[in-house]
Design a binder for this molecule. Structure first.
Ligand code: NAD
Ligand code: LMR
Length: 331
């Protein structure tokens, strides 16, 4: 006897599966937090060869949870096996930055990982795979994977700015004496980096325009830098980069993509630019996005003032520079 009618299992690939983000991520995927209580999952976990023993330990712990939704666990160091028929991929495996580094300093160390994984997905993944890149620099790594998987729709490749989005919700809620669930229509534009632009011009707090509740000075001098520098602040405080909050944002990103945005609200996702808002086509740029039936669409028609335009262009310029720096990995 089952209360919930179960769906057909889906395959979820997680790379860097023995790392710190994955340790906060895998158990929630297996519990149903990402795709729902009626969606069985098969976990396909990728690691580098020296980390396979540690990965085995994680798989043992997953077994020990006896999650009803977890149908099977595959542990491998072969990307083609990890992406075989995969429906959802969370690309976490990459080196994190340490104190004093910018995320783009990781470009050289991590870029090769994403070209190899793009090629593997091109060969073996489901044609409808939904890919989220978490490993930094996330937007450009997503671009590299996408360009190395030419047989897949570029719209299947996304990068994570949901953590920046969630950080912004809480910063604004705390400032206005509200709570994060009352904040809607938040937007992160551009790169998951210190040039990202968290935009409050269309944001509502309990239905009221956020810009009317805060001072321009707090917005420009405190809110924006706090969100832009939050990753670095956590590295400084913890000695390690954010992990549980990053895993939580990855769950949120995938759940929203699969199950949709609430009526009257949107989210932020790094997605393939179609030229909306004048942003160069083909960059993986974070936009305000609505999701319906497993598909996403960029919110159109928002008014962009001079302040916003300057910041949107600065982060676009950085993404174009990152793209040009990895041109040798973009077929
Ligand atoms: P970690 O070092 O704890 O784990 C990374 C794991 O990836 C390691 O176990 C490593 O063995 C594995 N790995 C390395 N190369 C691999 C490959 N080719 N294939 C498969 N696995 C591979 O790091 P972490 O703290 O889990 O962070 C992972 C990445 O996520 C970092 O790049 C970090 O900067 C990034 N990050 C992004 C966001 C975001 O908001 N987009 C937030 C937090 C962290
Ligand atoms: C974050 O935003 O916390 C992550 O991207 C880690 C980092 O390097 O800042």
């Amino acid at each position: 006897y089952r209360k919930v009618r179960m769906k057909t299992p889906v395959r979820v690939t997680v790379t860097g599966a023995a790392g710190q983000i994955s340790y906060a991520l895998l158990f929630r995927i297996a519990s149903g937090a990402m795709l729902g209580n009626d969606q069985p999952v098969i976990l396909q976990l990728l690691e580098i060869t020296p980390a396979l023993d540690a990965l085995k330990g994680v798989a043992m712990e997953l077994d020990d949870c006896a999650f009803p939704l977890l149908q099977e666990i595959v542990c491998t160091d072969d990307a083609e096996v990890a992406f075989k028929d995969s429906d959802y991929a969370l690309l976490v495996g990459a080196r994190p930055r340490g104190p004093g580094m910018e995320r783009k300093d990781l470009l050289e160390a991590n870029a090769a990982i994403f070209s190899a994984q793009g090629k593997a997905m091109d060969k073996t993944a489901s044609r409808d795979i939904k890919v989220l890149v978490v490993g930094n620099p996330a937007n450009t790594n997503s671009l590299i994977a996408q360009r190395n998987a030419p047989s897949l729709d570029p719209r299947n490749f996304t990068a994570m700015t949901r953590l920046d989005h969630n950080r912004s919700l809480t910063q604004l809620a705390q400032k206005t004496g509200s709570s994060s669930d009352k904040v809607t229509q938040m937007t992160i534009w551009g790169n998951h980096s210190a040039t990202q632009y968290p935009d409050l011009h269309n944001t509502l707090v309990d239905g009221k325009n956020a810009m009317e509740l805060i001072e321009q000075n707090w917005y420009a001098e405190e809110f924006i830098p706090t969100v832009q520098q939050r990753g670095a602040a956590i590295i400084k405080a913890r000695g390690l980069s954010s992990a549980a909050s990053a895993a939580n944002a990855a769950i949120d990103h995938m759940r929203t993509w699969a199950m949709g945005t609430p009526e009257g609200d949107w989210t932020s996702m790094g997605v393939y630019s179609d030229g909306s808002y004048g942003i160069q086509e083909g960059l993986i740029y974070s936009f305000p996005v609505t999701c319906t039936d497993g598909d996403w669409a960029i919110v159109q028609g928002l008014e962009i003032n001079d302040f916003s335009r300057e910041k949107m262009t600065a982060t676009e310029t950085e993404l174009a520079e990152e793209r040009d720096a990895v041109a040798h990995l973009l077929p």
